[in-house]
Design a protein around this ligand. Structure first.
Ligand code: UTP
Length: 289
């Protein structure tokens, strides 16, 4: 069955980014001049997704507004002949069909995904975390959909991480079955370095079969008192199988202060209108340090 729907969880509290995220959703903080979540929606659309399901919460309605029409602004830009800017905001409003589902209480990523159950129904879907960017000429979700189509099993995006970072991620174990592809037999959320099955971490992209909802419904709060997606996936893996895919591309955790700055510099460096000045400025900074 082809994958048509994407769930973008964006209901988290963003505590790592306070005070900025007290009022402004972290998913709307810009990487240069584009909100993080817009890159993520674009990745989904460029991967062939037709319907986006945002999981939002209290104080997050600006996310949905960002993807809506802004008639007054559109009229003003039209009158002023600012066609490029007008096009850029029309493009955002016409990206895909979108709905939002409210997660009343941010009880964890697993719970956020479970909120999409009725809108997803009985078909496989992609999950893209609202603060995780992956930069690659082939959109990460497209790469993952291709893996799903080949193996017919749910897919987790994998990335090798430094040993000291292992306790921050869901970590997998398994064996290689193809270039970049692993048949998984272990998944554990935020393990100690000593007990971790590998240094292959699950990062913000998943292709999930709809059976995941049954497992999520049975999942009790885990690490940090949150309903963990990894815990439900680990149980589903034992019955349905699960593959891991080491995607191609550079990932940025834009919900983390350092990751956010890295993404701004890297994306700025790719922009012809900014790169020359940014490079010169960085050289100047390095010389002075
Ligand atoms: P994070 O763990 O990065 O988000 O979740 P957070 O909880 O907002 O972050 P901190 O640790 O407090 O800074 C990854 C994604 O899952 C969403 C978040 O919005 C983010 O995009 N999420 C997380 C939910 O939608 N609901 C939740 O209950 C938790």
């Amino acid at each position: 069955m082809s994958i048509r729907k994407a769930v973008i969880p964006a209901a988290g509290l963003g505590t790592r980014f306070l005070p900025a995220t007290k009022r402004v959703p972290k998913e709307l903080l810009p990487i240069v001049d584009v909100p993080t979540i817009q890159y993520i929606v674009k990745e989904a659309v460029d991967s062939g997704i037709e319907e986006i399901i945002f999981i939002t919460g209290r104080g997050k309605s600006a996310i949905v507004d960002h993807f809506d029409h802004a008639p007054e602004l559109e009229r003003k830009l039209e009158e002023q002949g600012k066609h490029e800017l007008l096009e850029s905001i029309l493009e955002v409003a016409n990206m895909a069909s979108m709905v939002s589902v409210r997660q009343r209480d941010p009880r964890g990523l697993g719970h956020a995904v479970l909120c999409a159950k009725d809108v997803i129904g009985d078909e496989p879907f992609v999950v893209l975390l609202g603060d995780d960017l992956v930069d690659d000429p082939t959109p990460c979700s497209r790469q993952m959909i291709d893996v799903f189509n080949k193996y017919g099993k749910s897919v987790a995006a994998l990335m090798r991480v430094a040993e000291e970072d292992v306790p921050k991620f869901g970590i997998v174990g398994g064996h290689s079955i193809d270039e970049r592809v692993y048949e998984l037999d272990t998944m554990v959320e935020k393990p100690d370095v000593e007990s971790a099955p590998s240094n292959l971490a699950i990062v913000g992209r998943y292709i999930l079969k709809p059976e995941i909802f049954k497992y999520l419904e049975e999942t009790k709060p885990g690490k940090g008192g949150e309903i963990q997606l990894t815990d439900a996936m680990a149980r589903m893996m034992k019955v349905e199988g699960f593959v891991g895919y080491e995607f191609s591309g550079k990932r940025y955790d834009a919900g983390d202060k350092f990751g956010f700055l890295q993404a701004n510099i890297a994306y700025g460096m790719k922009r012809r209108d900014i790169a020359p000045r940014l490079k010169a400025y960085m050289r100047e900074l390095i010389k002075g340090s």
